[in-house]
Design a binder for this molecule. Structure first.
Ligand code: FMN
Length: 245
């Protein structure tokens, strides 16, 4: 069983590809479905995006509540560039026998423009090759740690990650512009159901994972985050993967 969390589809896509290769199935941890019994699973896998060089809190609390098993366990962290100590820290929450990071297109459009088409496609193609290799290693139950940590990991996965979870996950800066037609895609898309359409416009509740699915997948490009995202392109894997949607 492969548990995943995904904002813009990268981690979902990686989880599904690995599942296909190793003959397993996936479970979206943000779905409202009951957590399956994992006692007799061959594998327990976790696939998630890195957020400020840490695993998303939603994945950490999910793993904390998941029963411990004797199966082979693995974690795969998708990132735009590097993951710091995200996987090392996650493995303290739930024992993981093998750990990998995979570079995918960057969806953090609050920080910078997303990758251009050429770079996004190159990253996805490289990831496909890596996923084959990773899947083979998982099947062989190989104990591995292969992660692009980058530099200053102890600072990035320490104080910077703490700061992100404490201060940067506010919904205050989200707003819909006049381009919004009240279609409700953001409301339906939000993995934690924090968005509600009121008087034809989205309104954000307090809680937010900062997955940025709302901004990146708005069909009208009508959602912004303060001034940071104005004029920037959007990203979701469906733009580059035909069978994704
Ligand atoms: C809030 C936030 C923080 C991020 N932090 C990092 C980071 O620290 N390092 C990095 O390389 N990529 C970072 N990214 C990029 C994502 O981890 C990356 O694009 C990931 O593959 C997105 O996965 P998803 O499509 O499954 O949501 C961040 C993205 C978001 C939304």
């Amino acid at each position: 069983m492969i548990f995943y969390f995904s904002g813009t589809g990268n981690s979902k896509w990686v989880a599904e590809k690995i599942a296909e290769n190793i003959g397993d199935r996936v479970f979206d941890i943000s779905s409202k479905e009951n957590i399956p019994d994992v006692e007799n699973e061959n594998y327990i896998g976790f696939v998630f995006p890195v957020y400020a060089w840490g695993a998303p809190e939603i994945m950490i609390s999910f793993a904390q509540n998941l029963g411990k098993v004797d199966s082979f366990t693995f974690a795969v962290c998708t990132c735009g560039e590097n993951v710091g100590y995200a996987l090392k820290k996650f493995s303290k929450v739930y024992r993981t026998d093998s750990n990998y990071s995979i570079v995918m297109p960057n969806n953090y459009i609050v920080g910078s423009d997303p990758d251009n088409k050429e770079d996004a496609i190159r990253k996805i193609k490289n990831a496909e090759i890596e996923i084959k290799e990773i899947s083979g290693e998982i099947k062989n139950r190989k104990y591995t740690y292969r992660a692009e940590e980058g530099s200053f990991s102890w600072i990035k996965s320490g104080i910077v990650n703490l700061g992100f979870n404490k201060f940067a996950r506010s919904t205050k800066s989200f707003y819909a512009t006049e381009k919004c037609i009240g279609c409700g895609v953001c409301e339906r898309n939000c993995p934690i159901k924090t968005i509600h359409i009121e008087n034809g416009k989205p309104v954000w509740g307090k809680e937010c994972r900062q997955c940025l699915k709302c901004i990146n997948e708005c069909p009208m490009c009508a959602i912004e985050y303060g001034k940071a995202t104005v004029g920037r392109n959007r990203y979701n894997i469906g733009m580059y993967i035909e069978d994704e949607k």
